[in-house]
Structure formats: structure tokens, C-alpha cells
Design a protein around this ligand. Structure first.
Ligand SMILES: Cc1ncc(COP(=O)(O)O)c(C=O)c1O
Length: 484
């Protein structure tokens, strides 16, 4: 755009830029493997190369794109790189990129049905597709948020309102609410605490329940903790059960937990941010045991179901329970609010909302259920293959059962503190070298390495290359005692 002109770029100029951008995107995807997975810059190095003053005059797009190439791309960890094996190894896909691109020019606000009829109805549709894939009963309906952290906060707000009606109006003190307690396993994600902070429930009132040998919540311990809290004048409010924990993708015993919740009239929230998506696989159907007894369940299709970040769905049994907590129609929106239609602004604190459903609709139509299932089976196959390689090398052992696309393992033998340091060092050295990226976590106080498979570009050969890097790194990091 000419700096001095008003309005938008000319149609001709825009078309030319789009063509250039199409090539840029296609080249980026095609050449991604030639990039370092993670940069080797020192903190602040990228910013130091960018002018600190805001631009006074407009600049040509070509110049901006050149800076993206020169400064931004080399300064990123490339989560879409086939050797990115960190976290849950989520994926970028060509149809996902297309979905994001189509969303950009529309730039609508999906706050009410009237302000965005198709965005609202498509959101309802994709939420229902996912509900079917997850075998959730029809009385579950949902809303799309950005993240699971936001999802659990809304779920607990609904739980709080049911346990202390009128908290919404008068606040916890005004409503005479007791001190509520929330329970989540030692392996559960910290988003439960964040939600408690935001909702005025108090971080310390999230109680961590011990786990069994396979990192699943111990339901007997949960029952005991609830009973003890009841005697100490705390009011047990909710349990967050996890399907696919952050470190090991462990699955809590939901049916048993549901029973405890039922007996104590507590809200059951299932954190299926990563794992719930695997319910789409017929062989994982048992994952869904107990889900129909839950009050809410969150799933992040951006983690396991191929949708680009961000896209998280919170399902609530009888969604009206969530609407009651958050519906509020300011006068200036009354004309744009058709009460008989779904107005997604009513289901959370956000008013303005991106049209996230479009990219989900594009990717899910492009891959179809069978395309997704085939890719997820391949992730699981690769995870199990890696586990076999680990088992055949005496210097390593699995640190947790392989679950979904997650493998936790450690370099073993020798002094424990030294071994922890070595495990951490191996991950850091591999990541610093830029050829692969993995993460580390702590299990029972021990540092372990962790690989997450989920990227559609990651092949068996990539995994083999990563495994060889780990083996090589471990040989040069020092040789702790080999297991007898
Ligand atoms: C089990 C689990 N729950 C919740 C979250 C938080 O997800 P989000 O980043 O969408 O808030 C994560 C993040 O990895 C997770 O692993």
C-alpha cells in the first residue's frame, strides 16, 4: 500500500502479494526440514535486530516478508518440523494452513448468531461432529475456546455456581460460600490451579491426589481426602480427572472417580486436552468409560486432532448450566441478539470471538475420520517402535508405560543425581544442536526424557535419526553404569 493513500491495498497489488505469499508458504512447508528445529540465539538477540521505534511510515510488504525470512523464521522453534518431538508433537498440515488462510479475509466476530450466523452454526456443527467422534451422549453440548486452561476455568465457574447459587451475582462472600476444594492428581496439569486463582477459589484449595505406579489418580486416596476435608469444614466441589496427562499421557480411572463424585455430589470435569481425541480410534473406545457421568470435558483438537492452534472445546452436560453463569446482554448488543439462537458470547467471559470453527471444518473434511484415524495409528505405532528400541538398549529404560503418542524414558545406572543431570543434559544438547527437539519432565522426582509423536511429517526414519542422536549424545555425555 502507498504510505500516503487511504483505504486498502489496490486489488492488483493484493493479488500479486497473495501469489507471492502462496509461494512463500509452499516453499516454507517444502523446505522445513532444512531448517534448524530450534534457534541457537541468545535471549534478546532477535529483538536487538529489530528497530525499537514504531514505524512512522508504511513499508512495502516485500520488505516485511524479507524480514520474516531473515529474522523471524530463524528465531523460531519449528513445531511443524518433522524432528520436533516435544510436548504432544502436534502437527501443521496443508489443509489446516488453508483453513487458517480462509479465516483471515473473513475476519468475522462470532459473538452472537446475528453478528455471524454461519460462524455460529458451523461452530455448533463441528462441536457436534466431535461429540459423535468422542461417543459423548447428546445431552453434551459445547463451546469453542482458545485453550483447555480457559475451558477448565469455565467448567469450575459452572461448578461453583451450582454449589453456591448466586455467586455470580453477589460474589463468594456475598453468597456465603464455604471454602471449596478441588481435587486433581499429582500428574494433572497446572491449569486447575490457574482456574482456582482466577475464580477466587484459591490455589491451595486445589488438592493433589497421589497416583499409582502408572501415574493414574488413586481413587481410594481421592475418596479418603474428600472424607477428611468434609470433616474439616471444607466443601468438596469438583474433581479434575485427566485423560492423557501432560507428562506421560496416563489415563485416570474415570468410572471410579465418577462414582466418588456422584456419592459426594461433586462436579466431575475431565481434562482430555490431549487424550480425549484418541476416542476416535475404535481400539481406544474404552477411554470413554465413565465420560457420560461427567459434568464437563475439555478436548484440544489442536493437540491431537489436527486442527491448527488454537482450538479447544469444552463440553458440558446440559450446556444451559454454563450459560446461566455467563449470559449477560449489554444494551448495545440487544439488537444483535436473537434469543432463540445460540449466542456464543453467553458461554464465557469472551465477547469478541474468532471464527475458529472454519479451520476445524476444513481440516476434518479434508482428512475425514479415516484419514485422521490412520495418522493417529501411525503415531501410536511409532511410539511403540521407539519403546522397543529403548528396551533393547541397556543404557536406557522406559520411565512410564507408553500411552498414545507419548514415550518417557531415561538414561539409567550410576548415581541418581548424576543420572538426572545427564538426562537433562542430553535433552539440552540435542535441542541446542538444532537437529531435533525433545522435552524433559520429572517422574517420581527423577528427570526423564520425553518424546511426543503427533506430527504428520514425522516418519520412522525421522524417529530413527532422533534415537541415534540420543544414543550418540548419551555415549558422549558419559557412561554411567550399564544395567547388569
Ligand atoms: C493434560 C493437559 N491439560 C491442560 C493443558 C493446558 O492446555 P492449554 O495450553 O490448551 O491451556 C495441557 C497442556 O499441555 C495438558 O497437557
Amino acid at each position: 500500500m502507498m504510505p500516503q493513500s487511504l483505504g486498502d491495498s489496490s486489488p492488483e497489488e493484493f493479488r500479486k502479494q497473495l501469489h507471492e505469499l502462496a509461494d512463500w508458504i509452499a516453499d516454507f512447508r517444502q523446505n522445513i526440514e532444512s531448517l534448524r528445529v530450534a534457534p541457537d540465539d541468545k535471549p534478546g538477540a532477535i529483538r536487538a535486530q529489530l528497530p525499537p521505534q514504531p514505524p512512522e511510515e508504511g513499508e512495502p510488504f516485500e520488505k516485511i516478508l524479507a524480514d520474516v525470512d531473515r529474522l523471524i523464521v530463524p528465531g523460531l522453534v519449528h513445531w511443524g518440523h518433522p524432528m520436533f518431538l516435544g510436548y504432544f508433537g502436534w502437527t501443521t498440515t496443508a489443509p489446516g494452513i488453508l483453513g487458517e488462510i480462509i479465516t483471515a479475509p473473513l475476519n468475522v466476530n462470532a459473538m452472537t448468531w446475528r453478528t455471524s450466523p454461519a460462524a455460529t452454526e458451523l461452530e455448533t456443527l463441528v462441536i457436534d461432529w466431535l461429540r459423535q467422534w468422542m461417543h459423548l451422549p447428546k445431552d453434551f453440548d459445547g463451546v469453542v475456546y482458545d485453550t483447555a486452561s480457559v475451558g477448565v476455568m469455565h467448567a469450575l465457574a459452572a461448578a461453583r455456581e451450582e454449589a453456591a447459587p448466586s455467586t455470580r451475582k453477589r460474589g463468594l462472600v456475598g453468597a456465603g460460600a464455604p471454602v471449596f476444594r478441588i481435587y486433581a492428581s499429582e500428574q494433572a496439569h497446572s491449569s486447575a490451579e490457574k482456574a482456582a486463582i482466577a475464580l477466587g477459589l484459591g490455589e491451595e484449595n486445589v488438592q493433589r491426589v497421589p497416583v499409582d505406579a502408572e501415574f493414574r489418580m488413586d481413587a481410594a486416596a481421592l475418596r479418603e481426602m474428600i472424607a477428611q476435608d468434609g470433616q474439616r469444614n471444607f466443601q468438596p466441589l469438583a474433581v479434575v480427572a485427566t485423560v492423557g496427562t501432560t507428562s506421560t499421557a496416563a489415563v485416570d480411572p474415570v468410572p471410579e472417580i465418577a462414582k466418588v463424585c456422584h456419592e459426594n455430589r461433586m462436579w466431575l470435569h475431565i481434562d482430555g486436552a490431549y487424550g480425549a481425541g484418541f476416542a476416535i480410534l475404535s481400539e481406544c473406545k474404552s477411554l470413554t468409560d465413565g465420560w457420560s457421568d461427567a459434568d464437563s470435558i475439555v478436548v484440544n483438537p489442536h493437540k491431537s486432532l489436527f486442527v491448527p492452534l488454537d482450538f479447544s472445546v469444552l463440553y458440558v452436560r446440559n450446556l444451559e448450566r454454563l450459560r446461566r453463569v455467563f449470559t449477560l446482554i449489554p444494551e448495545y448488543l440487544r439488537g444483535d441478539t436473537v434469543e432463540a439462537q445460540k449466542n456464543y458470547m453467553d458461554y464465557g467471559i469472551q465477547l469478541g470471538r474468532r471464527f475458529r470453527a472454519l479451520k476445524a471444518w476444513v481440516i476434518w473434511r479434508s482428512l475425514g475420520r479415516t484419514g485422521m484415524v490412520a495418522r493417529m495409528r501411525e503415531q501410536i505405532r511409532l511410539a511403540n517402535l521407539l519403546a522397543r528400541w529403548i528396551k533393547t538398549d541397556d543404557r536406557f529404560e522406559l520411565a512410564a508405560p507408553v500411552s498414545m503418542g507419548v514415550v518417557c524414558f531415561q538414561f539409567v545406572g550410576g548415581d541418581q543425581n548424576e543420572i538426572d543431570r545427564l538426562n537433562s543434559q542430553i535433552v539440552e544438547r540435542i535441542n541446542a544442536a538444532g537437529r531435533a527437539y525433545l522435552t524433559q519432565t520429572k517422574l517420581r522426582g527423577r528427570t526423564v526424557m520425553r518424546i511426543g509423536l503427533g506430527n504428520v511429517l514425522t516418519t520412522e526414519q525421522h524417529l530413527r535419526d532422533a534415537w541415534e542422536l540420543i544414543q550418540k549424545e548419551c555415549s558422549s555425555a558419559g557412561s554411567p553404569m550399564v544395567r547388569p
